[in-house]
Design a binder for this molecule. Structure first.
Ligand SMILES: Cc1ncc(COP(=O)(O)O)c(C=O)c1O
Length: 370
């Protein structure tokens, strides 16, 4: 919402970043140079993984990863339906089929529902750490072990989140990150990366993102131009230095929302962290309304008061026209279908102030009373 008094998200900026951008511009090296190399190393160290390979977006990075993995037509991948549409695009582009699963009360993929959907064509699971909260990694690692499946953690919304004290993205063989502007870690534009513990996958993705090059004029495979650039890597490096503080700001804002909205009739707050199990980084603060009829009116009333809200996501992926056109055997997912009518994302960003949270909460309380 352009010019909103309290926007849904706000990007962290600093003079240090401005200076670094100018430095890189003047340096004259723009693509896959030392800034990119350093950013990849620093991300790998932060997340506790062996390799990070940058690409031009999450979607691009995962497309390359699927090719490198050898994902093929006929393969099935378990994925929640409640996620951003791009979560499933790369697998469809290589001919694999998304098998949509329901969520549980944490808004993340329900392991019990996923288990029921395993067939002899299932090859992998793509759990999404939605809204910044890790999915149940223990359950999915167990499922993967029992059925010989790979896992790719979709960490587009969960940079820095933890599962049992370790960073989401470091538990399984592969993970992928987005640096889109609204994300917890951004690079002032589109950008993404895969994280992997596998040397060969890292080598292949590195090669594929740059025209399948083995050497400057030697092409091992037909690849793509899905490279990353130096200016954005410099921005990302500075954002990474303050990521824990930025996430701290989000968690603080979440606590204020919980305090201000506690006990408000008609509002269901997002699940709290499970002691010792999850550390959520609140990419979004998503409430659920008891009565789905009030959502539209509430959002409109907030907008009139200069408060931006959102719905992530109003149409689940198994009901998207692009998907119903492709597949005939789509499941019904009761929880997902119910929740998408009731969810509302409130303003959430690291510099959100206590007064702003009170303004949002008071506007919600006033609307629901009336
Ligand atoms: C959960 C999730 N997965 C994947 C993506 C795709 O990221 P990108 O825009 O970097 O391709 C997004 C971003 O919208 C996302 O939120």
């Amino acid at each position: 919402m352009a010019g909103a008094k309290i926007p849904l998200s706000r990007v962290y900026q600093s003079e240090t970043i401005d200076r670094r951008i100018l430095e890189v511009v003047k340096g004259g090296n723009y693509i896959l140079g030392p800034e990119c190399k350093a950013f990849e190393k620093e991300l790998a160290a932060y997340f506790g993984v062996k390799h990070v390979v940058l690409s031009s977006s999450w979607t691009a990075a995962v497309h390359l990863l699927h090719i490198a993995q050898g994902l093929r037509p006929g393969d099935e991948v378990l994925v929640p339906s409640l996620t951003a549409f791009p979560s499933i695009e790369p697998m469809i582009h290589v001919g694999a089929k998304p098998v949509f699963c329901d969520i549980d009360d944490t808004y993340t993929i329900d392991p019990n529902d996923a288990k029921k959907r395993i067939t002899n064509r299932t090859v992998g699971i793509l759990p999404v750490h939605l809204y910044g909260r890790p999915a149940n990694l223990d359950a999915f690692m167990q499922l993967a072990k029992e059925h010989n499946l790979w896992i790719i953690e979709d960490c587009a919304q969960s940079h820095g989140a933890k599962w049992k004290g370790k960073r989401a993205g470091s538990y399984t063989e592969h993970a992928a990150f987005s640096f889109y502007p609204s994300k917890n870690l951004t690079c002032y534009g589109d950008g993404g990366a895969i994280a992997t513990q596998d040397d060969e996958i890292a080598r292949k993705v590195t090669m594929l993102r740059n025209h399948g090059r083995k050497d400057k004029y030697l092409h091992e495979k037909v690849g793509f131009n899905l490279r990353f650039n130096e200016i954005q890597a410099a921005v990302g490096r500075e954002q990474l230095k303050v990521l824990d503080d930025l996430n701290g700001g989000r968690r603080r804002a979440a606590e204020w929302y919980r305090r201000e909205l506690a006990g408000v009739k008609g509002v269901i707050l997002p699940p709290t962290d499970t002691a010792g199990q999850t550390e959520t980084v609140y990419h979004m603060f998503v409430i659920r309304l008891d009565n789905h009829d009030v959502r539209e009116g509430l959002a409109k009333s907030l907008k009139e008061q200069g408060i931006e809200s959102g719905v992530h996501y109003p149409v689940p992926n198994h009901q998207q026209p692009a998907i119903t056109e492709l597949y005939k055997d789509l499941p019904s997912l009761p929880k997902t279908e119910d929740y998408v009518k009731r969810i509302l994302s409130l303003p959430m960003f690291p510099s959100l102030m206590e007064e702003e949270v009170k303004t949002v909460a008071n506007a919600i309380k006033a609307y629901l009373k009336h």
